[in-house]
Design a protein around this ligand. Structure first.
Ligand code: LGS
Length: 446
């Protein structure tokens, strides 16, 4: 067996999220979400773009599943839009919303594609934001009720569940930087969003266990950037470590696996955590089946007493993607190896990895060599991680389709399939063709 071969049964997939691809956010009785509201507020997104149409996946899901089949995907990660199911976040159920995901799941299973469902990818019902959203402690109950209902309706067919997508981004980009919905700029709100997401997550894991879903597994997806110290000085090493504990998997996995926030957070930011947060830690420590790792890029960190948590990013001259993010595949290995060493999860999935480039259609083809190179370099590191003891079971490319890239609107393309937003025509990019060979060969060398 060649060294470049992935383990048998490796779960090759691609990922999307409801608000980024579905379109039709208010049809069939769905309620408004915070992203619907945020994108419709002038000044919040590039060009005033919204998810009103997006990839029209709500209507084109069959065509999109046919594309997945053509690509040979073994798995597909998508998210459920909470306000399609509960238009007001709780209470009244919207059966037509359930129907949509029933159709989607059944079509996937017919195509022999394993669904991985994210229960929350940032489109909170707007009605719940009016009650304080993630800063209200009651959200742990609202979320668990919604999630448990999803287990009851889909658990017979969906076995792999992800509670939250990137709770750090939700908490800090949404509540501190103000660049994502709900557009707040309050560090206290951010830390209470962290804490309440953890409470919601663990209550939901408990509810999942009680449902006793045959072969069911549940995990959480976390955002990660490789933070490396700019110099070998203790100051830079400490600043990089603190950036890691704050914005990567430790902020969530330390409470989940070890029952407490990371040391650096307690030393430098505990004043922002909710009063009496300690009382919840025992409940938050709840076993999960897998950890989902999202990875895109790295940062070089220099100590800077003027910045929050004492570090700032400095340039190191690496090539960048269209987002301006460093291409740093070695950091992917460091994150994967780090999560295994620090928390020893039973299973790890890469739930997102990918890049935006300035794709051009030439004679109905998209020659995106840079994306192929990016994916190849990252898969190399993923394989190295497996060979060095990481329990990596699968990899999901971000994204299946070009889509609504949040505050960047439609200006950034992450897909392995190109979407012409005027006609809604899909074109498999060269990277998509390349990825389907990877899947077929279970190797990136062929
Ligand atoms: O589309 C989102 C992708 C794109 O890049 C997806 O919905 C999210 O789950 C995820 O956050 N996504 C993403 N993250 C990359 C963040 C990298 C930040 C690097 C910043 C360097 C200055």
């Amino acid at each position: 067996m060649s060294e470049k071969v992935f383990p048998k049964d490796f779960m090759w997939g691609a990922a999307t999220a409801s608000y980024q691809i579905e379109g039709s956010p208010l049809v069939d009785g769905a309620g408004s979400s915070i992203w619907h509201r945020f994108s419709h507020t002038p000044g919040n997104t590039y060009n005033g773009d919204t998810g009103d149409v997006a990839d029209d996946h709500y209507n084109k899901y069959k065509e999109d599943i046919a594309l997945m089949k053509e690509l040979g995907l073994k798995a597909y990660r998508f998210s459920i839009s909470w306000p399609r199911i509960f238009p007001y976040g709780k209470g009244k159920i919207n059966e037509k919303g359930v129907d949509f995901y029933n159709r989607l799941v059944d079509e996937l299973l017919k195509a022999n594609i394993t669904p991985f469902v994210t229960l929350y990818h940032w489109d909170l019902p707007a009605a719940l934001q009016d009650l304080g959203g993630w800063t209200n402690r009651d959200i742990a109950y609202w979320y668990t009720d919604y999630a448990d209902y999803m287990f009851q309706r889909f658990g017979d067919r969906v076995k792999n569940w992800i509670t939250l997508n990137e709770p750090w981004v939700m908490a800090f980009v949404g509540h501190f930087m103000g660049e994502h919905a709900p557009g707040m700029k309050d560090l206290y709100a951010s830390f209470s969003a962290v804490h309440n997401q953890l409470r919601a997550h663990s209550k939901t894991v408990k509810a999942f266990r009680e449902e006793n879903i045959k072969e069911g597994k549940i995990g959480i997806t976390l955002s990660n950037t490789s933070h490396d110290p700019a110099a070998d000085s203790q100051e830079d090493i400490d600043a990089a470590r603190l950036a890691h504990e704050w914005s990567n998997y430790p902020l969530f996995l330390n409470p989940i696996y070890k029952g407490d926030y990371p040391k650096g957070i307690k030393e430098h930011a505990s004043e922002f955590l909710p009063h009496n947060y300690e009382n919840d830690l025992e409940e938050i420590k709840e076993k999960i089946d897998f950890v989902g790792i999202n990875y895109y890029s790295g940062d070089l960190v220099k100590a800077d007493t003027k910045s929050f948590l004492g570090g700032k990013n400095v340039e190191r001259g690496l090539p960048k993607t269209e987002m301006g993010w460093e291409i740093y595949p070695e950091g992917f290995y460091k994150i994967l190896k780090g999560v295994q060493e620090e928390y020893n999860p039973k299973e790890v999935y890469v739930t997102e990895n990918g890049a935006a480039f300035d794709d051009k259609v030439v004679n109905q083809e998209v020659h995106d060599e840079k994306r192929i190179e990016y994916l190849k370099q990252h898969l190399e590191q993923a394989l190295k991680a497996i060979q060095n003891g990481v329990t990596l079971k699968g990899y999901f490319a971000w994204s299946l389709l070009d889509n609504f890239e949040w505050a960047w609107g439609y200006s950034k393309r992450f897909g392995i399939v190109y979407v012409d937003y005027k006609t809604q025509k899909r074109i498999i990019k060269d990277s998509g063709k390349w990825y389907s060979q990877v899947i077929k060969n279970n190797s990136f060398e062929f």
